[in-house]
Design a protein around this ligand. Structure first.
Ligand code: NAP
Ligand code: HSE
Length: 440
């Protein structure tokens, strides 16, 4: 057996992910040592309650409630506690005491990433976070390393498994949002408080992380436009299916070429439910799976697909980072910091252009279609398709009609002002839905 240098590894957290990381580190120790070129010695595991039941059996003597002595003196610190504090302070302490760090903590990186990356830069340490976006799917390394020589134009990601599970079942079974959410909670996909998932907060954190990497720009969480899926109902699902679309919660990170006053590029980062064509690769992402579709100038279209969550699946990404951290620690020298020098301006949602599908209920009277078309034209919204169905129960021409209008690309602000004018036009009974169409 090769006599490798020993690296001390501290693990903070032994929950769904941490317990699996500890288990795999212990089970596959010799194999990981050969890959890392170092023996990875798990010196301790910090938890809140050393007597709590664990998903896997862990040696009692490794568990402690006192994280600080573990952190100081470790070569690699793996943070899998989640939340902001004390995770933030522990990571900073680890970096400042000479460790390389691994974390899966998207909430922390999306809010305090620059502080942590700066601290690592100061001392030449490295921060690894492959598991912080899309769980087991390798997407951080491809964006940070493999595509570093290319120019990413757009990322469209299904990065939240819970919402994809809900929308997929609403689409395939015609189920109601509330019923599927209850099932998702029973199956353990959704938390008792599902707000972070269904309101898009979790996806927005991941979008901020992916956009920062893709566009070499610090993207604060507050710059990510966010909408959740709670307004999506069966009628919208049916209308989407009828028009050849499926509704997915998408994280869209987009380069807007020539958008600034001086003709420079800007970026937009947004999370919302959107229509995508059933022939788009993202339409075939079912259940709680995640996928990230990347469009790069030279590479073209790339798709990364797999498990976006799950203890053992996420542990795979964490352990890949641990091996990388060990290799770097052995090689020595200064770690490679985050590339944020492009510093592209981030535009607000009002300046973004997409296609839309507007569904209206209108009076089924002569001249109504012309009025609707006139309001759209005045608002600089160009119609691509119109479909009308009479839904009222009166005689022909005296009831209510449903209009489904597909637009060409329009600026969000123009579109939303136009929809307000339609609602006030006197011929529109109800604006049923306004959904963006993505994936051209
Ligand atoms: P979890 O099951 O809630 O586990 C958290 C662990 O941290 C527990 O072992 C807990 O100790 C420990 N802990 C919490 N606060 C602590 C404190 N103040 N001091 C010491 N220990 C503390 O969380 P998880 O699902 O494994 O997630 C861990 C991280 O991975 C999070 O950042 C999450 O966003 C990220 N992530 C998770 C998944 C997933 O599928 N679960 C996927 C991707 C990324 P006790 O066990 O004693 O309570
Ligand atoms: N709640 C998240 C999801 C877990 O549903 O995808 C992984 O971040």
């Amino acid at each position: 057996m090769t006599d490798y240098r020993r690296l001390r590894v501290a693990l903070l957290g032994a929950g769904a992910v941490g317990s699996q990381v500890a288990d795999l580190l212990r089970k596959h120790g010799p194999e990981l040592a050969d890959r890392a070129g170092a023996t990875l010695e798990l010196v301790g595991i910090a938890v809140r309650d050393v007597d709590a039941d664990r998903d896997v059996e862990l040696p009692r003597e490794l568990l402690t409630t006192d994280a600080e002595p573990l952190i100081v003196g470790s070569d690699i610190v793996i943070e899998l506690m989640g939340g902001i504090e004390p995770a933030r302070s522990y990571l900073l302490q680890a970096i400042n005491s000479g460790a390389d760090v691994v974390t899966a903590n998207k909430a922390l990186l999306a809010t305090h990433g620059p502080e942590i990356f700066d601290a690592a830069d100061q001392v030449g340490a490295s921060v690894y976070y492959e598991a912080a976006a899309a769980g087991a799917i390798p997407i951080i390394r491809p964006l940070r390393d493999s595509l570093a020589g290319d120019r990413v134009q757009r990322i469209m990601g299904i990065v939240n498994g819970t919402t994809n599970y809900i929308l997929d079942r609403m689409d395939s079974e015609g189920a109601d949002f509330a019923d599927v959410l209850a099932d998702a909670q029973r199956l353990g996909y959704a938390e008792a408080d599902p707000t972070a998932d269904v309101e898009g907060f979790d996806a927005a954190q991941k979008a901020a992380i992916l956009a920062s990497l893709a566009f070499h720009t610090t993207v604060p969480l507050g710059a990510v436009h966010r909408e959740g899926i709670t307004a999506i109902d069966k009628a919208m699902m049916d209308a989407a299916r009828h028009a050849g679309y499926v509704i997915k919660l998408l994280a869209v990170c987009e380069r807007l070429t020539g958008e600034t006053e001086t003709g420079g590029d800007a970026i937009s980062v947004r999370v919302y439910p959107a229509l995508i064509s059933r022939s788009h690769p993202l339409a075939s992402v079912h259940g709680a799976n995640n996928a990230v579709f990347v469009q790069a100038e030279a590479a073209g279209n790339l798709m990364f697909y797999g498990a976006g969550a799950g203890g053992v699946q996420t542990a795979s990404a964490v352990l890949g980072d641990v091996v990388s951290a060990a290799r770097r620690h052995i090689a020595g020298g200064v770690g490679v910091g985050e590339s944020t020098r492009a510093n592209l301006p981030i535009v607000e949602i009002g300046r973004v252009t997409t296609r839309y599908q507007i569904t209206l209920e209108v009076d089924d009277q002569p001249g109504v279609l012309a009025t609707v078309a006139g309001v759209l034209s005045e608002g600089r919204v160009s119609i691509a398709t119109v479909e009308q169905t009479v839904i009222g129960d009166g005689e022909e021409g005296s009831g209510v009609a449903r209009l489904v209008i597909g637009t060409h690309k329009a600026r969000e602000q123009d579109l939303s002002e136009t929809v307000d004018r339609l609602a006030a036009s006197g011929v529109v009974e109800r604006v049923v839905s306004v959904l963006r169409v993505e994936g051209d």
